[in-house]
Design a protein around this ligand. Structure first.
Ligand code: SAH
Length: 267
């Protein structure tokens, strides 16, 4: 049956086996483009299956047809992204108009770049941005990804928000998301080392090893009396990352642990 269906199928067939051996039927699926060739293909399969029956190998079963509309894919994919409330923010995909509420809306479309607002480390950072004093301050987001944290800072009234990322795909998405949210961000390709000056708040939701490596640059960008938020550190790498930060002259004053992810607030 697989071989017969494979002759007409688009990029192979799918076999669904029952989870137990209760004798439930095995299902062989083939997807066929819905065009002029579809009916002749079904006819050919039907004939071949009829011939197969003649070998007496066992019951071959009925051929069942179902038309799948193109739109269904998009709708069901979109349905998987629903608004999420994180701290004072409501992260929602741009195609869902959030209901008027107390929350600060942030429209982010899930794309190639990390940062749909759902990752635990992003959530930790967003929650912190909900309590940190950012209004009227300067904020630097190192590894901005989708731009979600930079947008959150801008929406909470930061006077100046700079976002950098070493990945140009991420940067393009950050630009689109900034526009979508009507906030002005200064976005650039690169990292903390490519900038000068000091910021009141520096956020780095990277991985522990990268934070350790660029700790001196993160220190240099964090102004006197400023705050560095270092996140994305797996618990196992916490000690090493923290000592790199300490060596660079930063002291952890707050810690948040979630699902094995550590966030450090340093001064
Ligand atoms: N800030 C977003 C994305 C975090 S993912 C959020 O919180 O959801 C980390 C991002 O950092 C990725 O987009 C990656 O391209 C970028 N990145 C990795 N190493 C970097 C470095 N050394 N300097 C700047 N950005 C870096």
């Amino acid at each position: 049956m697989s071989e017969i269906l494979d002759r007409v199928a688009y990029e192979g067939i799918a076999i669904e086996l029952p989870l137990d051996d209760t004798g439930a039927p095995h299902l062989v699926k083939a997807y066929v483009a819905y065009d002029r060739t579809a009916r002749p293909k079904v006819r050919r399969v039907r004939e071949a299956l009829g011939h197969l029956q003649a070998f007496g190998l066992g019951p071959v079963g009925e051929i069942r047809l179902r038309r799948i509309a193109d739109e269904d894919w998009l709708t069901s994919w979109r349905a998987t992204f629903t608004p999420v409330r994180v701290g004072p923010f409501l992260i929602h995909p741009s195609w869902i108009e959030p209901k008027a509420s107390e929350a600060i809306p942030i429209a982010i479309d899930p794309g190639m770049a990390f940062g749909t607002g759902l990752h635990p480390t992003t959530q930790q950072c967003l929650e912190l941005l909900g309590t940190l004093e950012v209004a009227g301050r300067s904020v630097l987001d190192v590894g901005t990804g989708s731009g979600i944290l930079a947008i959150a800072a801008a929406k909470r009234g930061a006077a100046r928000v700079v976002g950098v990322d070493t990945d140009d795909v991420a940067l393009r998405e950050a630009r689109e998301n900034a526009e979508r949210n009507g906030v002005a961000l200064e976005l650039g390709l690169g990292s903390a080392a490519d900038l000068s000056g000091e910021y009141d708040v520096v956020i780095a939701n990277l991985v522990g090893a990268v934070i350790s490596r660029i700790a001196p640059q993160l220190r240099a960008r964090t102004g006197r009396g400023g705050t560095l938020v270092a996140a994305g550190i797996v618990a196992a790498a916490e000690r090493e990352t923290e000592s790199a930060l300490t060596a660079a002259g930063l002291a952890a004053v707050e810690r948040d642990l979630r699902d094995d992810w550590v966030l450090l607030v340093c001064r």
